[in-house]
Design a protein around this ligand. Structure first.
Ligand code: SAH
Length: 228
C-alpha cells in the first residue's frame, strides 16, 4: 500500500527523538490486535505507521501503544486501538471509498488512520480545543487529505455529502435519519447506537434500501448536540 505517512512520520519521530522504540511498540500493538479479531491488513498496515503517542498528552505517551482508550481532556477519550481497527475494517468492506465523513474527531488518531487509507476525509468535532489540537498534529505529520470542521455533527455535514462512508465515533441513543440520507449508494455507515447498552452497527445503502448489521458491543462517549 502507498502510505502517505511514511516519509513525514519518520521525520516527525526523529524530531521527537523517539525513533525505533515506538516503531517496535507499534508493531507489537498491531501484532496483539491481529490475535484479537479478524482485521483488514490495510488497516493494520496503517496502524503500524500512525504514531498514536503524538495524539495523546505527553504524560500518557508511554501508554499510547497499549490497547486501551485514554483521556484526551474535556471529558473525552481517544478510542481503544482495537475499536479503531474494527470500525475501520467494517468501513472498508465493500466497494472502494473515495470520501468519508468522520463525526467526532477527538484526538484525530482515527482520522489519521482513515487518511492513510481513503483519498478524502472530512471530520467534524464539536469541541474547538480538541479540533485545534488534532489539526496541529495532523499538519505536523504532513497529512493533507483531511478537512477538519468545528461544529455539531449529529446531523452529519449535508453540504459536502453524499459520502461513501460515515464513521460515528460517539454513541447516538438512536441513529439520526439525516446521517443515513448522506450515505451514497453502496456506502457504509458505522456507528455505536444505544443509550445504556451500545451496539456497533453497520448500515449499507443498497439500490433498494438499507441493510443493517450488528457488529458487537461498544463503549463510546455520548454524541452531544450543539457546539462544545
Ligand atoms: N475517534 C476519536 C474519538 C473521540 S471521543 C479518537 O479516537 O480520538 C468522541 C468525540 O466525539 C469527542 O471528541 C466528542 O467531543 C465528539 N462529539 C460528540 N458529539 C459530537 C457532535 N455532535 N459533533 C461532533 N463531535 C462530537
Amino acid at each position: 500500500m502507498s502510505n502517505p505517512f511514511r516519509a513525514d512520520v519518520g521525520a516527525a519521530l526523529r524530531a521527537a527523538g523517539i525513533g525505533m522504540t515506538s516503531q517496535r511498540t507499534r508493531d507489537r500493538l498491531v501484532d496483539t490486535l491481529e490475535q484479537l479479531a479478524p482485521l483488514d491488513a490495510r488497516v493494520l498496515d496503517a496502524m503500524r505507521h500512525v504514531p498514536r503517542h503524538l495524539f495523546v498528552e505527553e504524560a500518557l505517551a508511554s501508554r499510547a501503544y497499549d490497547n486501551v482508550s485514554l483521556p484526551i481532556g474535556h471529558g473525552q477519550t481517544i478510542s481503544q486501538p482495537l475499536t479503531v481497527a474494527r470500525m475501520t475494517t467494517a468501513l472498508l468492506q465493500g466497494p472502494p471509498l473515495r470520501r468519508v465523513l468522520e463525526i467526532g474527531t477527538g484526538s484525530g488518531y482515527q482520522t489519521a488512520v482513515l487518511a492513510a487509507l481513503i483519498p478524502e476525509v472530512v471530520s467534524i468535532e464539536r469541541i474547538a480545543a480538541l479540533a485545534a489540537r488534532a489539526r496541529r498534529v495532523l499538519r505536523d505529520l504532513g497529512v493533507r487529505n483531511v478537512a477538519l470542521v468545528v461544529g455539531d455533527g449529529s446531523q452529519g455535514l449535508p453540504g459536502k455529502g453524499p459520502y461513501d462512508g460515515i464513521l460515528l465515533t460517539a454513541a447516538a441513543a438512536s441513529l439520526p435519519a439525516e446521517l443515513l440520507e448522506q450515505l451514497a449508494e453502496g456506502g457504509r455507515l458505522i456507528a455505536p447506537v444505544g443509550a445504556r447498552e451500545q451496539v456497533l452497527r453497520r448500515f449499507t445503502r443498497t439500490a433498494t434500501g438499507l441493510q443493517e448489521e450488528r457488529l458487537g458491543a461498544a463503549h463510546f462517549v455520548p454524541l452531544r448536540r450543539g457546539r462544545g
